[in-house]
Ligand binder design. Structure first.
Ligand code: C2E
Ligand code: MG
Ligand code: MG
Ligand code: MG
Length: 275
């Protein structure tokens, strides 16, 4: 065990790791001023019910970088999550998403907006208060907001996570388990967490036509139904997959087949919007 620890220490000082660390630091610094500068933008992707109506949207962050163009979250979120920048980023995203929900509502569109909460955010108490004051500021009910968490964010301290999510749900905000099936959750954890939605990861959705994956997805569908959870599939890319999932009792589908994530003003809701 001691030998293993020593090896870990040596690895920490490999020059490549130092370089990586320095890249992290410069990106984090750049991101911090980008946030203050308003360079983060939100795109929205609809979640569609079996009748084709848009029931909610997921807010997905992008960085409108002055030199590098529109960057996807994969290009900066991991670095943000390794530092306190994730707190600023999440505050920004929550504020923009709630403001957008309020604009839609003012236009008569009751469209709940889902925001992703990274593990380090869920590990802090403050986000509950941030959400509460944003809802008050815009005079919105909690039902206007959904928070998406991942298995990895809750696995280490499930009781603590459950308490915080309870506090969020007391505001009327719904809680979704994102990327379900890819993490480390024991099935028992599902019953111990205050959840409203289960979002099956797109790795399963992609492979729904393989008999073995199909068996897993069917089992997840039965389980979600038994637990009273809204069942969502992400990464739906074609009509056939949508038909199969609807046949299995999925409540909401999300994916390029319906719409890519787009800026709020390009979201095609209109006829397909929930009442
Ligand atoms: P996620 O929460 O699972 O979001 C779904 C991702 O799948 C999005 O990638 C979306 O563009 C992509 N996607 C949607 N439909 C399809 C499809 O049909 N096919 C394929 N191949 N992909 C599809 P995106 O926007 O690059 O975001 C990646 C991840 O970054 C998100 O995964 C989420 O974990 C994270 N993320 C995005 N925005 C935020 C944020 O504001 N805060 C935090 N903490 N994480 C965020
Ligand atoms: Mg998500
Ligand atoms: Mg997801
Ligand atoms: Mg995912």
């Amino acid at each position: 065990f001691a030998a293993k620890r020593d090896r870990t220490v040596i690895e920490r000082w490999r020059p490549e790791l130092r370089a990586e660390h320095e890249t992290d630091l410069s990106l984090q610094a750049e991101l911090r001023s980008a946030i203050a500068d308003g360079q983060l933008v939100l795109h929205y992707q609809p979640l569609v019910d079996p009748a084709g109506r848009v029931r909610s949207v997921e807010a997905l962050v992008r960085w409108q970088h002055p030199d590098r163009g529109l960057l996807p979250p994969g290009a900066f979120l991991p670095q943000a999550e390794r530092s306190a920048v994730i707190t600023d980023l999440t505050d920004r995203v929550l504020a923009d998403a709630v403001a957008q929900a309020a604009r839609w509502r003012a236009a008569g569109l009751h469209l709940p907006v889902a925001v992703n909460l990274a593990a380090p955010v869920l590990a802090q108490d403050r986000f509950v208060g941030v959400i509460r004051s944003l809802l008050e500021q815009y005079d919105l009910p909690g039902a206007a907001l959904i928070v998406e968490i991942t298995e990895s964010a809750v696995v280490t301290r499930p009781e603590r996570a459950a308490r915080r999510l309870d506090a969020v749900r007391d505001l009327g905000v719904r809680v979704a388990m994102d990327d379900f099936g890819t993490g480390y959750t024991s099935l028992a954890l599902l019953t111990r967490l205050p959840l409203d939605e289960l979002k099956l990861d797109r790795a399963f959705v992609n492979r729904i036509h393989h008999p073995m994956e199909r068996v897993i997805v069917e089992a997840v569908a039965r389980m979600a139904n038994g637990l009273g959870l809204t069942l969502v599939a992400e990464g739906v890319e074609d009509q056939h997959t949508a038909d199969v999932l609807n046949g299995l009792g999925f409540d909401l589908l999300q994916g390029f087949h319906f719409s890519r994530p787009v800026p709020a003003d390009q979201l095609a809701v209109g006829e397909r919007t929930a009442a």
